[in-house]
Design a protein around this ligand. Structure first.
Ligand code: GLU
Length: 446
């Protein structure tokens, strides 16, 4: 590929800085995307601020391994479509690679690589013995039939078969995938191996070795983190208003749990738009409506509201739980919440993050790698239960999840005080510190 065709960082109009940043990222051009650059820059800055060994830092800035595959799939009309899929393994210093598989029309190598990097530090912050990975297919799953989805999933599984396994890399659901997707991956993997291997994926249906509490774990974890933040800030949750962007797996369970904790959910939104009711929405009623209509559009008990308006509402707690990159610099300036709990992965751009760093006394940020780690924590429980073929009660799972998140939250606060920095940097610093310790202790092969 000639240099002129190689995608580079966006031009800033200043040639010196373009050349500098090109030089800086020349070795990383494979993964180039704004999300990857933002994530890598944050990791680099945090490593520099905490005196991480430069050899370790450089290794953390690129994934250990990445695979791009074609996923030819027969559609119901007889035609064959060729989708592109990825699996990226960022780091396994602390344990087998772990991370979801995303089906979305904007999935790219850069995005999946950034998400894999976040997984490494997410697992480290939670203190669970797993590394970071992510995968995905560039596909809009919504118009596909069940049979089409099954065929694309099975073919993708075969294409990445050599990379995954219960001791090496364990996928899970992410945006656009669910427990059924995991069941198909598990079945395909098992068929190829000649024996059943439930622990090759987590987030499976309970019937085939899934864990109680996994489905609701991410949303529940977001709520637990908010409870920890509320206690830390001396900001009792009773009657506090909540707005949630995204009404999928994370948003719905977070809404239910927060309502039970005494909060008032005043706004929710999905891709079709949102609804606002200052008296508070009845979450069960909204769920019933979405259960029938599939989308929030035209929900009658409130005023319609756009996604952008929702983010800027005057509420106590804001939960972005949908796409990444939704809080840019301008939106960050207009946020009015006291607590920002990041249910989504990477919802804040680097420009947004700069603004939030300035506003840290007004807005308490629970960064993604802490706020949404409940999912991978219960994935870890599912993996452990599967390996032992011994299953725990829902009560055990929820209380262990609560304990792990509570401890992780306290450790992040301790790091924040020690480093005198913002919550996102402190949380990342904790994750980087743990991964670095593992890498230095293991040493470099050969
Ligand atoms: N996809 C989820 C995440 O981003 C869960 C990953 C997992 O359970 O492995 O954290």
């Amino acid at each position: 590929m000639s240099d002129s065709k190689t995608p580079g960082p966006p031009t800033t109009g200043d040639l010196t800085s373009v050349t500098e940043s090109l030089d800086r990222y020349r070795s990383n051009l494979e993964w180039e995307s704004k999300f990857y650059r933002d994530t890598a820059e944050l990791v680099e800055r945090t490593c520099d601020a905490t005196n991480i060994d430069p050899n370790i830092k450089n290794r953390l800035l690129t994934p250990q391994r990445a695979l791009i595959v074609s996923v030819p799939t027969r559609m119901d009309d007889g035609s064959v479509k060729n989708f592109i899929g990825y699996r990226v393994q960022h780091n396994n210093a602390r344990g087998p690679f772990k991370g979801g598989i995303r089906y979305h029309e904007e999935v790219s190598l850069g995005e999946v690589s950034a998400l894999a990097m976040l997984m490494t530090f997410k697992c480290a912050v939670a203190g669970i013995p797993l590394g970071g990975a992510k995968g995905g297919i560039r596909i809009d799953p919504r118009p596909l039939s069940r049979q089409e989805l099954q065929r694309v999933t099975r073919r993708f599984t075969v294409e990445i078969l050599d990379m995954i396994g219960p001791d090496s890399d364990i996928p899970a659901p992410d945006m656009g995938t669910n427990d059924q997707t995991m069941a198909w991956i598990m079945d395909t993997y098992s068929e190829m191996k000649g024996h059943v291997v439930p622990s090759v994926v987590t987030g499976k249906p309970i019937f085939v070795g899934g864990s109680k509490g996994r489905m609701e774990a991410t949303g529940r974890g977001v709520a637990y983190c908010i409870a920890s933040a509320a206690e830390h800030l001396d900001f009792p949750l009773e009657g506090k208003t909540v707005a949630i962007q995204g009404f999928g797996n994370v948003g719905t369970y977070a809404a239910r749990k927060l309502e039970r904790m005494g909060c008032k959910v005043v706004a929710v939104a999905d891709v079709t738009g949102g609804v606002y009711n200052k008296e508070g929405l009845d979450v069960r009623h909204v769920l019933k409506y979405v259960g029938i209509r599939k989308v929030l559009k035209d929900y009658p008990r409130g005023e319609p509201i756009s996604n952008e308006e929702l983010l800027q509402l005057d509420v106590d707690i804001l939960i972005p739980a949908a796409l990444g990159g939704v809080i840019n610099g301008d939106i960050a300036k207009n946020l009015k919440c006291r607590i920002l709990a990041e249910g989504a992965n990477g919802p804040v751009t680097s420009e947004g993050n700069e603004v939030l760093r300035q506003r840290q006394d007004e807005i308490f940020v629970i960064p993604d790698i802490l706020a949404n780690s409940g999912g991978v924590i219960v994935s870890y429980f599912e993996w452990v239960q599967g390996l032992q073929s011994f299953f725990w009660t829902r009560k055990e799972i929820n209380s262990r999840l609560f304990r792990i998140l509570n401890e992780a939250f306290a450790e992040c606060i301790a790091f924040q005080k020690k480093l005198d920095t913002d919550m996102r940097s402190a949380t990342l610093a904790l994750g980087i510190h743990r991964v670095t310790e593992a890498m230095l202790t293991r040493g470099l092969f050969p």
